[in-house]
Design a protein around this ligand. Structure first.
Ligand SMILES: Nc1ncnc2c1ncn2[C@@H]1O[C@H](COP(=O)(O)OP(=O)(O)O)[C@@H](O)[C@H]1O
Ligand SMILES: [Mg+2]
Length: 297
């Protein structure tokens, strides 16, 4: 597993505000990472320091094995980003915005039509961007971020403010960039639903520090109850309680606390009751988030 992005003990202060306070984490290549944290947690500051737009007071940041700072100019050629308001010209067409962006960045024009098609703007490419919807602008900004065929994309709240249809189109494109084009995407959002539906891994920060990280299934595992599916739930509850288990639930729901399920199966099978499933409890991402940050997303 190669590492796309690595932060080690990164600090960044604005006056008295510790925007980043010893932030450390790693992002493996080839994943779509949901970068989460309450408002003011330091997400945008993290992006800005990774991209060389803000200078950390302390700490080391590496992107694709290169050090931010000494090697920032090499890094920016291999990453793309949408951070803050995408700098689009309203008086130019969508296509001409990409032409200008390519010229500024020193890229050729040969991928522009392909990128317009990818973000589904071919039919509107000749229209002035001033008349674009927010979703169309966001897709154009994504096309601009992809001009240099970057390996890593940093997207700060890319779905924010889009209508549901616009979000669906963009989500689908982000997923395809990872699955079909081998990109690594780091996407901040405060919509946990986006992360639950889209992300492979999650990093949660709060007050400028890492509070938890892992794959979605790692993070949402970890309730300490199992649900037992049986034909005769009343009997199963009685048998388990008699054997000392902490049993809960009513009607068809049989919950057993403080067990991984193996003992549950043994107790029931000894009495000739065979559960059709023993399912570890999952927590929602919202519960995980509240648990580690103490705040709403
Ligand atoms: N340029 C700046 N000047 C002063 N304070 C800043 C600046 N940028 C960010 N901050 C502060 O740093 C903290 C983290 O902000 P930010 O990175 O924007 O968080 P997030 O993107 O997670 O909402 C906040 O308290 C914010 O007010
Ligand atoms: Mg922000």
């Amino acid at each position: 597993m190669s590492v796309a992005v690595r932060l080690r003990d990164v600090h960044k202060r604005y006056g008295e505000t510790r925007a980043l306070d010893g932030l450390s984490f790693e992002i493996p290549s080839g994943v779509l990472l949901g970068f989460l944290g309450p408002n003011g947690a330091g997400k945008t500051t993290t992006f800005r320091t990774i991209l060389g737009l803000a200078r950390p007071d302390r700490g080391v940041i590496e992107v694709l094995g290169m050090r931010v700072g000494p090697e920032t100019s090499r890094i920016v050629k291999r990453v793309g980003a949408i951070v803050e308001e995408p700098g689009l010209y309203g008086f130019l067409s969508g296509r001409d915005n990409l032409v200008v962006a390519s010229d500024t960045l020193g890229f050729g024009h040969e991928r522009i039509d392909e990128l317009l098609a990818f973000v589904q703007l071919t039919d509107d490419a000749g229209r002035k961007v001033a008349g674009y919807s927010k979703g169309m602008r966001q897709r154009l900004a994504l096309a601009a971020a992809l001009l240099g065929d970057p390996e890593v994309l940093f997207l700060d709240e890319p779905l924010d403010g889009l209508d549901p249809a616009g979000q669906a189109v963009l989500r689908d494109q982000l997923r395809r960039l990872v699955d079909e084009h081998d990109k690594t995407i780091v996407m901040s959002t405060h919509d946990l639903g986006d992360v639950e539906h889209l992300a492979d891994r999650v990093v949660v920060i709060s007050r400028g520090r890492l509070v938890t990280e892992g794959s979605l299934s790692e993070l949402t595992a970890g309730g300490d109850r199992v649900r037992v599916v049986v034909d005769d739930p009343d009997r199963a509850r009685r048998l388990l309680a008699a054997d000392g288990f902490t049993v809960d639930g009513e009607a068809d729901e049989v919950w057993v606390a403080g067990t991984d399920g193996a003992g549950v199966i043994r107790t029931l099978a000894n009495a000739g009751v065979y559960p059709s499933a023993v399912i570890p409890e999952r927590r929602t991402l919202e519960e995980v988030f509240l648990g580690v940050t103490g705040e709403q997303p």
